[in-house]
Design a protein around this ligand. Structure first.
Ligand code: SAM
Length: 254
């Protein structure tokens, strides 16, 4: 356990949270964000988890960026966020736990599964969620292409999150099979164009989805551009999707 004087403190950013997301963390959530930051910095000494360790950068690129996607439902609106009380969420290719962990912290009624194919990262995340004592978050080591064909995961989630994992078409092929009909995938992207939206329509349709909206955000510290793509599942995904491991990357749906 670190002495307070040895700690690197995350900024609280109450006003900025309020101004940008009309919300701010309560003291218990702020403590969890601080512990999350410290545990990731410690884990980084053994594992290559993230290059973002400066406290302000961590706040903006990991905390704010993870949560901004929920802005349209009202952040931390625990019971009615997305209109689903016990929302089942999967974070595909979670890496060091983003965006799934910050979302699990602010939505304790949601059941969040952190999925990653790297065993070391999942072992780290299992210890991390135990240390944070967040019982609504679990970690799973597997490939999205594999669990998308398993009955205990296929068409089982209300919300699929995917940030920094691959092309948008690849991300859609990982996410859509895992969603229930009526569920939503959120693809976190940086720069994004109308042409890219147009090109994504056909893959999304083949997977049983529809691009419901694309929202643009500007990060509050460095004024970087972000887009969230909200893709709704409106029909069953054909059984051939997701295709075997590696195929969504090698032969992206067009
Ligand atoms: N989502 C995190 C973030 O935004 O900070 C981590 C992104 S990291 C660049 C991509 C992660 O996706 C890696 O940890 C990798 O192991 C995982 N990954 C890539 N393809 C995957 C797949 N098909 N199934 C599961 N995990 C995958």
């Amino acid at each position: 356990m670190l002495e307070n004087s040895d700690r690197t403190w995350l900024p609280e950013m109450g006003e900025t949270w309020q101004k940008t997301l009309s919300w701010q963390p309560n003291p218990a959530q702020q403590i969890l964000f601080q512990r999350l930051y410290e545990l990731i910095c410690q884990g980084n000494q053994q594992l290559n988890l993230t290059r973002i360790t400066d406290p302000m950068e961590f706040w903006e690129k990991h905390l704010w960026d993870s949560l901004v996607a929920l802005k349209k439902w009202g952040i931390g609106n625990g019971e009615s966020g997305m209109g689903i009380r016990n929302c089942r969420v999967i974070d595909i290719g979670t890496g060091a736990g983003f965006p799934g962990i910050p979302i699990g912290i602010i939505q304790p009624n949601w059941q969040v599964t952190l999925l990653d194919s790297t065993r070391k990262k999942i072992a780290f995340l299992e210890t991390l969620v135990e240390n944070l004592d967040i019982k609504n978050v679990t970690a799973l080591c597997d490939r999205a292409e594999k669990i998308g064909q398993q009955s205990q995961h296929r068409e089982s989630y209300d919300l699929a999150l995917i940030r920094a994992v691959g092309t948008a078409s690849e991300c859609a092929e990982y996410a859509l099979p895992l969603l229930k009909i009526g569920g939503l995938a959120i693809l976190y992207r940086g720069q994004w164009t109308e042409d890219e939206t147009t090109a994504l329509r056909s893959p999304v349709t083949q997977l049983g989805g529809i691009i419901e909206s694309v929202e643009k955000f500007t990060t509050p510290i460095t004024n970087s551009i972000r887009h969230c793509l909200y893709i709704k599942k409106i029909a069953s995904t054909p059984a051939k999707f997701p295709r075997p491991v590696g195929i969504p990357t090698q032969k992206p749906l067009q």
